[in-house]
Design a protein around this ligand. Structure first.
Ligand code: NAD
Ligand code: UGA
Length: 447
């Protein structure tokens, strides 16, 4: 099948950058990104310095391709109909109610995509799973497609995304690997070839790995689980360092110099955040349980538990320093994003740590260079267990770092460059949850 038109459902952190790069590298293909949220589409079509997501390098890619062969639209039906290949890049959060709540992936958005594809298709389609999904989801998608549409042939591919936020464009330009899973049948292999040919416009062929659908689906969950496991492993050792006088940075360096282990993803922190690690590991735990693998489920569950504990342990360091009572103490929270170079705060350690400090009596002043004030107050409103009033005087969200100057103590929770250079009075203590600051009055994880 010759691919002239691609449609991507979901204009978020994955759909937006991924499709922008495909459009940039494949000027012969029209790429249209659609979304159920028309405000988001409006923002994608607006000024490039105000796109709905912040990602270094993204605005240049959008500037070059948008209007040429990259389009953002709220016409879901028309663009599904036109495309030969459809990517599903919608969010797949953890279920909050019903069977498997708190663990299983909520596939309602994916199912809605499949229903739309079945409804609006008037010819054969290649349907690509770009979202992170539990192993064997393709089976369910196929069922929905053929239940609603019997005239067309649908080929389902799994093509999980491995980009990390903050480095998405770099990761997409030079991927470690592109993974494509497809059926063994002739039509399955033709579909795989069509997708390989797209990536081959800029990714070396030896980095494009083709597998069966189930390996591809499961490899994505497993990759995230292995990455997160390294952080929980080093974080579990940070507590032991604090008790024994060993230094976590020295430990990381010593361990990482073994080339079989390697130096990356061994930085101790106040806990990993982001929209994927926790939900994907919980999903893996659910799958293990579903298949009766209780011990294996427990093993992976512990990665998430260590992470929860690390956030609490870090907050306790601050509370213990002030002898258990933060009443009257003005605490600056530096960083709300879950990592540097993104405006995404999903599952950020800041959310939990700041709540614990607030509950201990502190007045908190929050500053992040990229996360909007509105998103921060929504997180507080929606994600804290403690309910706070709209105009609570103990919570202050500021737009300039200088507005935190009067605080009594500083808690760094995102590794933004500007926090490495902050000028804080020598007498004030910094609690460094990201091990970035070299001020001598800092109290860090694992030291
Ligand atoms: P996101 O929330 O940023 O974006 C998802 C978008 O899909 C939203 O704009 C939403 O409005 C839209 N949407 C949902 N249901 C829809 C429907 N039925 N029709 C049309 N639009 C719909 O999510 P994201 O961070 O881009 O993640 C998407 C998927 O990619 C998830 O499965 C995630 O696990 C995976 N993933 C994310 C990252 C990352 O760094 N964020 C990296 C790799 C993989
Ligand atoms: C992660 C993976 O790195 C991507 O490969 C994957 O595609 C993505 O999840 C996904 O599926 O969503 P992301 O969550 O965007 O990417 O960011 P990471 O760089 O992995 O950082 C996650 C968290 O771990 C951050 O809070 C970061 O500060 C923390 N971290 C990272 C540490 O605490 N220590 C480290 O050594 C590395």
């Amino acid at each position: 099948m010759i691919i002239k038109n691609i449609c991507c459902i979901g204009a978020g952190y994955v759909g937006g950058p991924t499709m922008s790069v495909i459009a940039l590298k494949c000027p012969h293909i029209n790429v249209t990104v659609v979304d159920a949220n028309p405000d988001k589409i409006k923002e994608w079509n607006g000024p490039v310095n105000n796109l709905p997501i912040y990602e270094p390098g993204l605005s240049d890619v959008v500037k070059e391709a948008r209007g040429r062969n990259l389009f953002f639209s709220d016409d879901i039906a028309g663009n599904i109909e036109k495309a030969e290949m459809i990517f599903m890049a919608v969010n797949t959060p953890t279920k909050t109610e019903g069977e498997g709540a708190g663990m299983k992936a909520d596939l309602r958005n994916i199912e809605a995509c499949a229903k739309d594809i079945a409804k609006y298709s008037k010819k054969d389609k290649i349907v690509v799973e770009k979202s992170t999904l539990p192993v064997r989801t393709a089976e369910k998608i196929k069922e929905i497609l053929y239940e609603k549409s019997t005239d067309n042939h649908f080929e389902i591919l799994s093509n999980p995304e491995f980009l990390a936020e903050g480095t998405a464009i770099q990761d997409l330009f030079k991927s470690d690997r592109v993974l494509i899973g497809g059926d063994d049948s002739e039509s399955g292999q033709n579909a795989v070839k069509a997708l390989v040919d797209i990536y081959a416009n800029w990714i070396p062929k030896e980095k494009i790995l083709t597998t069966n659908v189930w390996s591809s689906e499961l490899a994505k969950l497993a990759s995230n689980a292995m990455l997160a496991q390294r952080i929980s492993s080093i974080n579990s050792l940070s507590g032991l360092c604090e008790k024994t006088g060993a230094n976590i940075d020295e430990l990381s360096k010593a361990i990482g110099m073994d080339h079989r282990i390697g130096p990356k993803f061994l930085k101790a922190s106040a806990g990993f955040g982001g929209s994927c690690f926790q939900k994907d590991i919980l999903n893996l735990v659910y799958l293990c349980k579903f298949y009766g693998l209780e011990q294996e489920a427990e093993y992976w569950h512990q990665v998430v538990r260590i992470n929860d504990n690390q956030k609490k342990r870090f907050a306790k360091k601050v509370i213990d320093y002030f002898n258990g009572d933060l009443s009257g103490i003005r605490v600056a929270i530096l960083g709300w994003a879950f990592k540097a170079n993104t405006n995404d705060s999903r599952e950020s350690a800041s959310i939990k740590v700041s709540e614990i400090l607030y509950k201990s009596g502190a007045s908190i002043t929050i500053y992040d260079p990229m996360v909007q004030k509105r998103s921060i107050s929504n997180d507080i409103k929606n994600l804290w267990d403690t309910k706070v009033k709209l105009n609570d005087k103990r919570i202050n969200i500021v737009e300039k770092i200088s507005e935190t100057k009067k605080c009594d103590t500083f808690v760094i929770l995102t590794e933004w460059e500007e926090f490495k250079l902050i000028d804080i009075e020598e007498s004030k203590i910094i609690f460094d949850g990201r091990n970035i600051n070299h001020n001598k009055n800092k109290i860090s994880i694992g030291k």
